[in-house]
Unconditional design. Structure first.
Length: 173
């Protein structure tokens, strides 16, 4: 691999990750779709606290994670890369810089005024720094069953619903 290939690979990782709203991150557990902010050559994440996104298991300081970036337009995989995981210490200089970026992108926070104090107390802020090489994308879909959650309410459709929908469609004509 030439130096030009490495530079192009880094540029692809950076641009794709910057533009994507979600990245799929896998530590030692299943991959999770996580919102992030790209800042100073790394993806920044906040989570594992009340009201915040659950982070993938195994994202510990000094560990690695597999990151897959999707296309914002089509939703398909663009690039996959291996990241070095760093857990930022609350109120350190790195943590303050990361939180300043994350705070601006956090939508619908219930406590926007006290959000950073809550993050310092109850959450983890991670920095995922790309390694020197990219991971080859697999040929298969890697589709997996959704993770269990109490938020799913799957019930059969009422028997009369198709009749009601067809009746409305007929009246509009």
């Amino acid at each position: 691999m030439t130096a030009a290939d490495v530079s192009l690979g880094r540029a692809l990782v950076e641009e794709a990750t910057k533009k994507s709203g979600l990245i799929w991150v896998r530590g030692s557990g299943p991959a999770r779709a996580l919102w992030h902010v790209w800042h100073e050559g790394a993806a920044l994440l906040v989570g594992d606290g009340p009201g915040e996104q659950p982070l993938s298991a195994g994202l510990d300081a000094g560990g690695t994670a597999e990151v897959t970036v999707r296309s914002k337009d089509k939703g398909g995989r663009l690039v996959a890369w291996t990241a070095a995981v760093a857990v930022l210490e609350p109120h350190s200089q790195e943590w303050e810089a990361a939180v300043a970026e994350l705070r601006g992108k956090r939508l619908n926070a219930p406590d926007a005024e006290r959000m950073t104090e809550r993050w310092a107390r109850e959450c983890r802020v991670l920095r995922l720094t790309p390694g020197a090489s990219r991971t080859e994308l697999p040929e298969t879909s890697l589709a997996a069953a959704p993770l269990p959650t109490g938020a799913t309410t799957r019930h059969p459709a009422p028997a009369a619903l198709p009749r009601l929908l067809l009746k409305r469609r007929g009246k509009k004509r």
